[in-house]
Design a protein around this ligand. Structure first.
Ligand SMILES: N[C@@H](CCC(=O)N[C@@H](CS)C(=O)NCC(=O)O)C(=O)O
Length: 212
């Protein structure tokens, strides 16, 4: 199996962590930003990362890839089967992918991607504005819904935790982190989930790449 993309993307990181936690055998091939091998563009017709290949099967979109991985390897279970827990897991995936990553994109793109990878100054005012006005609402919500167990669904580690923490890791690379004074549960949650080996390995690689 091949996952195409860079783990700096919250969607690629989500897919890699899911594959790692499932115990799947895969490799990561760099692609995205209009670059990458032909298979990446066959997998991802609009050039968005992640792309994915398993034998002759090609597909893109983190949710589609994760759906495939879960179907071919149901255990360990990371997407609950009980109806309400399953729906809540997909809600948190959507919250991470759309709401958190939407805010994170403005911050990470303008502070890191544009200057570092495109050689153009980012719109720092837009990044600051997103951190000042959008980010607190997301973390207020997380602080409200986090159960005492420290896991979003079924009091155990699921896709919900991967999907919500992944974009927060990307924002953390761009100096947008959860304040443990105002949001102690969320700060401890992000730190604990990020320490799982699958996340920690990527975060270390990403920090080294960004420092280079
Ligand atoms: N819904 C997609 C979103 C993928 C996406 O937007 N990826 C971004 C990186 S974070 C990308 O490839 N952007 C490059 C581009 O749009 O050309 C998923 O879950 O995989």
């Amino acid at each position: 199996m091949i996952i195409y993309g860079s783990s700096l993307s919250p969607f690629v990181r989500k897919t890699i962590v899911f594959a790692e936690e499932k115990g799947l055998d895969f490799e990561v091939v760099m692609a995205g930003g209009q670059g990458g091998p032909p298979e990446f563009f066959q997998a991802s017709p609009f050039g968005k990362m992640p792309g994915f290949k398993d034998g002759d099967f090609l597909i893109s979109d983190s949710t589609a890839i994760i759906t495939y991985m879960d179907a071919i390897k149901p255990e360990p279970n990371l997407i609950p089967t009980e109806a309400k827990a399953r729906a809540r897991t997909i809600w948190y995936e959507e919250f991470g992918d759309t709401i958190v990553a939407g805010c994170g994109g403005k911050i990470f793109f303008n502070r890191i991607v544009s200057p570092k990878f495109f050689g153009k100054p980012g719109d720092l005012a837009a990044a600051d504005e997103a951190q000042r006005t959008e980010f607190p609402k997301l973390i207020d919500y997380l602080e409200r819904v986090l159960p005492a167990s420290g896991y979003l669904v079924e009091d155990r580690f699921t896709l919900a935790d991967i999907a919500v923490v992944s974009p927060l890791v990307t924002m953390g690379h761009a100096a947008c982190t959860v304040d443990d004074g105002s949001h102690p549960k969320s700060a401890a949650y992000v730190a604990r989930i990020s320490e799982r080996p699958a996340f920690a390995k990527l975060i270390a690689q990403e920090k080294a790449a960004l420092a280079a």
